[in-house]
Design a protein. Structure first.
Length: 326
């Protein structure tokens, strides 16, 4: 009976998410097929890709360390069935700092985005092109590569086992909200780039040559993915911002609405889960910049496991988020 009470769906779901975090990062860390991909390119693309790949991979090593710490700490807690508060806080702080360093590795991408925008300005580009570059390249990359690492490090600094939880709760909510905003901006930008390249009709159909004759093949899953990316994530971001605003005064974890947190985590996880399985089951041999980004370059694909954590939070109303450490 004691074992059933201890190993709750929430704890097992958290373990599953941590395992996914570790495995996806392990795969990304030791998949080396990217080495030399810049060799066939011309300048300045050659140098740009080389610098971006090297800095991103170097900082990915810190996320790998974060995933090892997260997994080892979680497993240790489940085996021992308790964890001292100082040890828990130290582990969480390290994970947050290393995660922040990982995102900082994308700073070179942000710099090149700013550089391209400035070139457009100096070349007297049209307002449309300037707006496109600013909204779909400069702002998203600066937010993910500069602002997000700063927020993660602030969150880590605010974690102190000797002080009340009010401030860490505040920064935890801000951090989670900012993640969703960043995911919305980055993924929407990718879809819009596909539409610019392929045309708006690509959202529901493509023209494929078969035996010398062009045939129309319908792909409504493209439209679904675009809608849940551009509008679904935007709605989730707005909802999360509102929840965060109302919850900033919470002084304990018990004061937070567990069901709401579960719904947010579940929704975010379903976004990743849908986009992954929509290609597996529906897209077939259809490939574009969206799938290349989402499936081939997306280091946050581990979040498709989030429903395993969101569902227990959503439905287990009596379960308390906070467990006392000894």
């Amino acid at each position: 009976m004691t074992e059933e009470k201890f190993f709750t769906p929430l704890k097992l779901g958290f373990l599953a998410v941590v395992i996914a975090y570790f495995l996806f990062t392990l795969h990304g860390m030791f998949t080396l097929s990217w080495i030399g991909e810049w060799e066939h390119m011309r300048e300045p693309a050659r140098t740009t890709i080389f610098v971006e790949d090297i800095t991103a991979t170097t900082c990915l090593a810190f996320r790998f360390l974060a995933s090892i710490i997260a997994l080892s700490t979680t497993v240790t807690y489940l085996i021992r069935r308790n964890m001292s508060k100082p040890t828990t806080y130290k582990a969480v702080r390290l994970v947050l700092v290393f995660e922040g360093i990982y995102w900082l590795g994308l700073a070179t991408t942000a710099w090149y985005s700013v550089q391209r925008f400035l070139q457009l300005v100096f070349n007297n580009a049209s307002l449309v092109n300037l707006t496109y570059s600013l909204s779909l390249s400069v702002i998203p990359t600066i937010l993910e590569a500069i602002i997000l690492p700063i927020i993660l490090i602030i969150f880590a600094v605010k974690l102190n086992p000797k002080k009340p939880l009010k401030t860490p709760i505040k920064w935890g909510l801000i951090t989670g909200t900012f993640y969703i905003v960043v995911f919305w901006l980055i993924n929407t930008a990718e879809w819009i780039s596909v539409i610019q390249q392929k045309g708006i009709q690509y959202l529901w159909m493509i023209t494929t040559p078969v035996n010398g004759v062009n045939q129309i093949v319908y792909h409504p899953e493209h439209l679904v993915s675009f809608v849940i990316t551009a509008f679904g994530l935007a709605a989730l971001a707005i909802y999360t911002v509102n929840f965060t605003r109302k919850s900033l005064g919470a002084e304990t974890l018990e004061e937070l609405k567990e069901g709401t947190i579960g719904a947010i985590i579940l929704s975010l996880g379903m976004f990743f889960l849908w986009n992954y399985f929509s290609w597996v089951f529906f897209a077939g041999n259809t490939w574009n910049n969206w799938y290349a980004w989402f499936l081939g370059h997306n280091m946050d694909l581990w979040m498709l496991s989030l429903p395993l954590l969101g569902l227990p939070l959503l439905f287990n109303k009596k379960h308390k988020i906070h467990n006392k450490s000894h």
